[in-house]
Each structure stands twice: as structure tokens, then as C-alpha cells.
Design a protein around this ligand. Structure first.
Ligand code: RP5
Length: 159
């Protein structure tokens, strides 16, 4: 039971680390790899083809610009791939979003919002929780903290 977080460049780490941090709070083992669909295509293919045999259950893939990494990874495996559109220099991540979300029918990538690596981590944990009651319980606790924060914030609003 583990998750792989992959990204197209080391420069994606500031965004992608939020997925890793969330998975660590859930006590889910996570590995991180930098793999580029454009610059290290062979390495990316080798990783994706072997990911299931390596014991990964979910892959989170983040990339920016012409972001082919999530879709190409999904092409090589039937593991669920969650795509994170990383904000880009010129188009603010709209290019990343459309490159990842607009997969043709047959090879899906579950795409989160631009820059929302934390949600990718949460979604991966929810998938893992289907077979891990311990993770399910932690997710329920996490939801309870979100609820408590909102309830508490209402008390502090002054009219
Ligand atoms: C993509 O190009 C990466 O995922 C990154 O978001 C973007 C820029 O990469 P660097 O030029 O910073 O390596 O492949």
C-alpha cells in the first residue's frame, strides 16, 4: 500500500510537496520521483510500466505547461493516476490544466484544480481507504477538523 508522487521537474516540488505532506499525515507510505515526459521519456515509461509491480496503488502526477506526464503515465498503467496542473509561467496553469484534463475517452486522468496538490493527496488517501479502515478513520478525523475550523471561525466573526 503506497503512493507515488511524480513530477516533470524539480521546480514543481513547491506545489507537489503538499500532496506528500498530506499523505504523511495519513501515515501512507509515499515515494517521490522526478520524471519528465519530454526530457526523460524512457525513464517515465519504465517507471509507469513497473509501478504496479512496485506495489504502488495510486500515482499522483504533476506537471506544468504542455503537461504530458500524467496522461503518458496513465497510458502505461491501469493504476489510477491523479493529475495536478502546476501553475505555469506564461498562462498561469491554464495550459497545464487543459493538457491534463482533456484526455480522450479510454485513458482517464483524475484531474484536480490548478496547483491543488493537497486535494490530489486527499483523493489518493480516499482510494487507499477503500481497503484500509485505519486510513478511512484518519480521513473522518480530518473532515472533523475542517468542520470544527468553520464552526470556530463563525464564532469569531463580528457584525
Ligand atoms: C514541465 O515544465 C515541468 O513539469 C515544469 O512544470 C515545467 C518547467 O520545467 P523547468 O523548466 O522548471 O524544469 O515539464
Amino acid at each position: 500500500m503506497s503512493v507515488a508522487v511524480i513530477m516533470g521537474s524539480q521546480s514543481d516540488w513547491s506545489v507537489m510537496q503538499e500532496a506528500v505532506q498530506f499523505l504523511q499525515t495519513m501515515d501512507i507510505p509515499v515515494d517521490v520521483h522526478v520524471l519528465s515526459a519530454h526530457r526523460t521519456p524512457e525513464r517515465m515509461a519504465e517507471f509507469a510500466q513497473n509501478a504496479e509491480a512496485q506495489g504502488y496503488q495510486v500515482i499522483i502526477a504533476g506537471a506544468g505547461g504542455a503537461a504530458h506526464l500524467p496522461g503518458m503515465t496513465a497510458a502505461y498503467t491501469t493504476l489510477p493516476v491523479i493529475g495536478v496542473p502546476v501553475p505555469s509561467k506564461h498562462l498561469a496553469g491554464m495550459d497545464s490544466l487543459l493538457s491534463i484534463v482533456q484526455m480522450p475517452g479510454g485513458i482517464p486522468v483524475a484531474t484536480v484544480a490548478v496547483g491543488q496538490a493537497k486535494n490530489a493527496g486527499i483523493l489518493a488517501a480516499q482510494i487507499i481507504a477503500l481497503s484500509q479502515p485505519r486510513v478511512r478513520e484518519r480521513l473522518h478525523q480530518y473532515r472533523a477538523t475542517l468542520k470544527a475550523e468553520v464552526l470556530h471561525s463563525e464564532e469569531t466573526v463580528k457584525i
